[in-house]
Design a protein around this ligand. Structure first.
Ligand code: SAM
Length: 289
């Protein structure tokens, strides 16, 4: 069993390496012994499945993943954690730690080079300051992965998993549902971490779709419309899209009419199909957009 949930052991190892927590890097390390084994199991890693972990910290989740995964490649930005990880993961020979920024690294190349055609999943307790851009990056790049199992703040989990067309939904919900089928796995209390964060967390799993749930002739434009609509989510679409897409309000109203969407609708009332219909109608009206 991992000693990495023994708080006095973790504190001892960290202080032996002169490590102090950085708030700016979202460093809240898991110490609840139930969470990592559960996350590793639900991530789908196995002897024929490789894992990419983002932000291993002191290695608590890495340790559990390495127990069953073919291989774990863990990307850590904070150089100070490299000697810590060398010590805490010494017994696992199927772990490779890469120092770098997970937002910048070429993950497609990494997958090709490190996993020899095996299935790959992503599993991480994400640094909270980059949750949305990181999830978006991992989805938009269409990486050859089966799923993302990630811990995020509870509020972000609700937003990410919210079905488009419901009050909790945002631009990220539409992207998530387009590229994956999201599942809320379990909640994690504040006391499960050192230092304890201010808010609760949750683990979600995004099962990557083989095909999008609807056909769009111009995927990039579809997402431009979604993002513009949510930029000013309290406004009606006629207003938010007119400013977000820099188009005359008349054009938006006429596309809304052609797509059979009421002119007073707001972004959060729009289903994926509504967004797709609206994008198609705008494209038909303004082919050079
Ligand atoms: N996995 C560990 C755990 O569960 O205890 C640590 C999780 S902690 C919430 C987030 C980790 O991500 C920290 O170790 C932090 O240094 C690292 N990190 C922050 N920004 C990063 C980035 N851009 N790329 C890679 N790692 C990053």
């Amino acid at each position: 069993m991992s000693r990495l949930t023994d708080i006095s052991y973790v504190k001892r190892v960290l202080s032996a390496h002169g490590f102090t927590f950085s708030k700016a890097l979202g460093q809240n390390f898991l110490i609840n012994p139930d969470v990592c084994p559960k996350m590793a199991e639900l991530s789908g890693c196995g002897e024929n499945v490789g894992v990419i972990e983002i932000g291993p910290g002191a290695g608590v989740l890495t340790y559990e993943l390495a127990q069953t995964a073919y291989k774990v490649v863990a990307i850590e930005l904070d150089k100070r954690l490299l000697p810590v990880l060398e010590e805490t993961l010494a017994e696992h020979h199927n772990v490779k730690v890469i120092q770098g920024d997970a937002m910048e690294l070429d993950l497609r190349k990494l997958i090709e080079e490190e996993f020899q055609g095996k299935d790959v999943v992503i599993c991480a307790n994400l640094p909270y300051y980059i949750t949305s851009p990181m999830v978006m990056r991992l989805l938009e790049e269409k990486l050859p992965i089966l799923s993302l199992t990630v811990m995020v703040q509870k509020e972000a989990a609700d937003r990410i998993c919210a079905k488009p067309g419901t009050r909790e939904s945002g631009a990220i919900s539409a992207a998530v549902h387009y590229y994956s089928e999201p599942e809320l796995l379990f909640k994690v209390s504040k006391g499960s971490f050192i230092p304890a964060p201010k808010v609760e967390s949750a683990v979600i799993k995004l099962h990557i779709r083989k095909e999008p749930p609807l056909h769009t002739t111009d995927e990039k434009f579809f997402f431009r419309v979604v993002k513009a609509a949510f930029l000013q989510r309290r406004k009606t679409l006629a207003n938010s899209l007119s400013s977000g897409l820099s188009l005359p309000k008349d054009e938006i109203l006429s596309a809304l009419n052609a797509a059979r969407i009421k002119p007073t609708a707001r972004a959060e009332e729009m289903t994926m199909q509504n967004f797709s219909d609206l994008a198609e109608c705008l494209k038909k009206q303004l082919p050079t957009i």
